[in-house]
Design a protein around this ligand. Structure first.
Ligand code: HAM
Length: 405
């Protein structure tokens, strides 16, 4: 094979595409009920936008971005959606509170494996201008509602609070002291960024699990952050939403404040996180806007599909296949197909002037539900022969009697 798709990308063929469409449609309806409206932002932005918002010492920025230069500018394919949403919120002067949703391709140059792609699809939501923990709880509820609607059971919610920058200064001091004692056991990346970004060690895939007795961020929350976290836990409980507090959960992006969470689904193996998000109350200001509290999440659609199980089942074929015999019938068949298609029916016909038997075989192969047979005899009588392709039953109808599938 001469040409192959780039590593970590996928071709999405009709059955899977239809499944994704159904996933999207369910999400659209649920998101609308919570007031989220879809936006689209460019799939590439200036590199600087991502460096500033996601953080210089994150894995995403350090090693996972697809970047390219054009003229004097360096761009990157978007690795996530929050940065672009914040940029659009400010540039388009959206008024707060604003609730937006997005669905589209994202790009990270990670090592591909099951559930980890270099081009993947995220569904995300962002809300600008609401500070209350009630919003955090509501956004979590939305995600859980989506998982339920998509038929994914057994999703676990992991929860943590990483407080505000002041809390983290105090925490960082103690954490650093703790990590220094273990420095010789840490991986290369963590050792290198120990001073700049010690908390990354906590969610490092290698070191994180070995640091269970590290100081906990939630013990360092100031009064306001502590109240926010307590309020959120209470609000979740009131909604009947179970969660597991995960002190090591920091998420791979630097913009979060206070609430961070992740959704973990069974059957995903190493890439068990189907979605994640949190609050980022300082990012809008950091990007040059007014102080605007904000919160959101994103869900990986390919992982949703894996969690739902293999795509399968019956993929429906055309409503009708029009078989025509002879040139007169053929001209009429083309007109009939056009009429039926104008009514929204899926109609196929033979393009090759094949014999009726071959046309019927094609109808069968395409999975047509019914065949309409037009021959000289039917033409003379002004009727159509209708064949049910599943039962083989045949009968005659007038053209105007075909109104639906
Ligand atoms: P994230 O945790 O980096 O968060 O990504 C969210 C979800 O995208 C993951 O849970 C996963 O399902 C999916 N995902 C990420 N990388 C890949 C990949 N390489 N292959 C397949 N799926 C992947 C964010 O991106 C934040 N912007 C979420 C957010 C929105 N926080 C606040 N607002």
């Amino acid at each position: 094979m001469k040409y192959q798709r780039p590593r970590g990308t996928k071709d999405i063929l009709p059955p899977e595409h239809a499944e994704r469409q159904a996933i999207y449609e369910k999400a659209r309806d649920i998101l609308r009920s919570y007031g989220y409206r879809f936006i689209e932002t460019p799939v590439f932005e200036k590199l600087e936008l991502f460096v500033r918002s996601i953080g210089e010492t994150t894995d995403i920025v350090e090693k996972e971005m697809f970047t390219f230069a054009r003229g004097d500018e360096t761009y990157a394919l978007r690795p996530e959606g929050t940065a672009g949403a914040v940029r659009a919120f400010l540039e388009e002067r959206m008024s707060a509170p604003a609730k937006v949703a997005y669905w589209g391709p994202f790009f990270r140059a990670e090592r591909p494996q099951k559930g980890r792609l270099r081009q993947f699809t995220q569904l995300g939501v962002e809300c600008f201008g609401v500070a209350s923990f009630l919003l955090d709880a509501e956004q979590i509820e939305i995600a859980l509602r989506l998982f339920e609607a998509w038929g994914i059971r057994e999703v676990e919610l992991l929860l943590n609070s990483i407080g505000c920058p002041d809390d983290r200064v105090r925490y960082r001091k103690d954490l650093l002291a703790y990590l220094r004692e273990k420095e010789s056991e840490l991986c290369e990346d963590c050792t290198r960024r120990l001073d700049k970004n010690p908390v990354r060690t906590l969610d490092c895939k290698t070191d994180g699990p070995r640091l269970a007795d590290a100081p906990r961020m939630t013990d360092y929350l100031c009064e306001d952050c502590g109240r926010h976290y307590a309020g959120l836990k209470e609000a979740l409980t009131e909604r009947g939403i179970a969660f597991r507090e995960e002190p090591g959960l920091w998420r791979g992006l630097d913009y979060y404040t206070r609430t961070v969470f992740e959704f973990v689904a069974k059957g995903l193996g190493a890439q068990s996180s189907v979605g994640g998000g949190g609050r980022y109350d300082l990012l809008v200001e950091q990007m040059g806007g007014p102080r605007t509290p904000a919160s959101g999440w994103a869900i990986g659609i390919e992982r949703v599909q894996i969690a739902r199980g293999e795509v399968g089942g019956h993929f429906p074929g055309p409503d009708y296949f029009v078989v025509s015999i002879g040139p007169d019938a053929r001209a009429q068949a083309i007109r009939l197909a056009s009429d039926l298609r104008a009514r929204g029916l899926w109609v196929e016909l033979d393009y090759e002037d094949d014999k009726p038997g071959k046309q019927l075989k094609l109808a069968d192969r395409l999975g047509a539900r019914k065949a309409i047979i037009m021959g000289e005899e039917e033409l003379a009588r002004g009727v159509l022969k209708l064949k049910d392709m599943t039962t083989g039953e045949e009968g005659f109808v007038r053209p105007d009697e075909i109104t639906g599938p």
